[in-house]
Design a protein around this ligand. Sequence first.
Ligand code: ADP
Ligand code: MG
Length: 244
Amino acid sequence: MSPPEIQLTGLHKAFGDNEVLRGIDLEVARGEVVCVIGPSGSGKSTLLRCVNLLEQPTRGIVVVRGVELTDPDVDIDAARRRIGMVFQQFNLFPHLTVTENLTLPQRRVLRRDKRAAERVAHENLIRVGLQDKAHARPASLSGGQQQRVAIARALAMDPEVMLFDEPTSALDPELVGDVLAVMRMLADDGMTMMVVTHEMTFASEVADRVVFMDGGVVVEEGTPAQVIGAPGHARTRHFLSRLL
Ligand code: ADP
Ligand code: MG
């Protein structure tokens, strides 16, 4: 068994008196797709943000690919580079073209030269099916296309792990499918992924494991068939019944 790509041990996070994460233990294996589900306010985003230390855990250990990110001596910028993140809001630069949105972080962070960055940008636009939008500005694209650009931008940094925080929640329903299709392709390519989502069909079909969170703890986890198909806990059943 190879060591897990992501290993969270005894993770706690409080904002003042508000204990948002109350002891999370979670491992994600290489190539595994873990979907995190749960009610609003249960701590899903905070959990994801602790994985790349966008939030500093109050207590506990985060290890990604053998590097302890919670070690105060670690080079957090270097470690973060290997972790791609996609948010509900796409956060593209409006004044830059699609290609420029993809090349800027490569050049700034990875120090790639223009030609190399443009080649990687082109490859990743092909991956998300938007090579014909290379010279467009974000505002001329649909929300689904903008989110696919945001995914391509993350992929252009050669991440070893991808984190998705409700990537389709801000999209009109008819645009959700194209974004989920890109994520499905990534999963099929063997990307290690943690996905916070309310898309139960996606979770059922793509996740290797589903984690149900409530009140800052993992209430239950298992295969989609277990957690979504036959939940063992009343809180999971209650949550799922309200999604229908
Ligand atoms: P979810 O993503 O499951 O909806 P969140 O992780 O966003 O849950 O939020 C969990 C709780 O943490 C909420 O009560 C929220 O108000 C609080 N919280 C999240 N981020 C912050 C922050 N930066 N400062 C203070 N409170 C926060
Ligand atoms: Mg959230």
